[in-house]
Design a protein around this ligand. Structure first.
Ligand code: HEM
Length: 89
C-alpha cells in the first residue's frame, strides 16, 4: 500500500488547527509556570524579560493562529464543530 492509498483519520485543516492551538498553549503554559515558580519569589533573577515576552508572544499566537487557521479553512467549520461536540461526549 503506497502513502497515497492511505485513508487519513483527520483532514489537513483539522491537523493544522490542532497544532495551532497545542503549540502556543504549551509555550504559554510552560512560560507561565516559570514566571510563577522561578520569578515571582525573586523578580530580579536574570532573563525574566525574555520569559515574559515569550509568554506574551505565545499568548497572542494562541488567539491569532487558531483564528487564522479557521478563516483560511472556513469551509471545514462544520467539521471543527463536530470534533468539539465529539470531544465533549
Ligand atoms: C495556557 C494559557 C495561559 C496561562 C496558563 C497563563 C498564565 C499566566 C500566569 C500564571 C501569569 C502570571 C505570571 C506571574 O505571576 O508572574 C500570566 C501573566 C501574563 N499573561 Fe498569561 N497565561 C496564558 C495565556 C495568556 C494569553 C493568551 C495572553 C495574552 C494574549 C497572556 C498574557 C499575559 C501577560 C501579558 C502576563 C504578564 C507577564 C509578566 O508579568 O511579565 N497570557 N499568565
Amino acid at each position: 500500500m503506497s502513502a497515497s492509498d492511505e485513508i487519513l483519520r483527520f483532514r489537513r485543516s483539522e491537523r493544522q488547527l490542532h497544532w495551532a492551538i497545542a503549540v502556543p498553549f504549551m509555550v504559554s503554559y510552560v512560560t507561565a509556570v516559570i514566571l510563577v515558580v522561578v520569578y515571582n519569589p525573586n523578580p530580579a533573577r536574570p532573563f525574566r524579560d525574555v520569559v515574559s515576552w515569550l509568554h506574551r508572544i505565545s499568548g497572542i499566537c494562541l488567539i491569532a493562529l487558531p483564528l487564522w487557521t479557521i478563516v483560511r479553512h472556513r469551509l471545514d467549520l462544520r467539521v471543527y464543530l463536530q470534533n468539539i461536540r465529539h470531544a465533549w461526549t
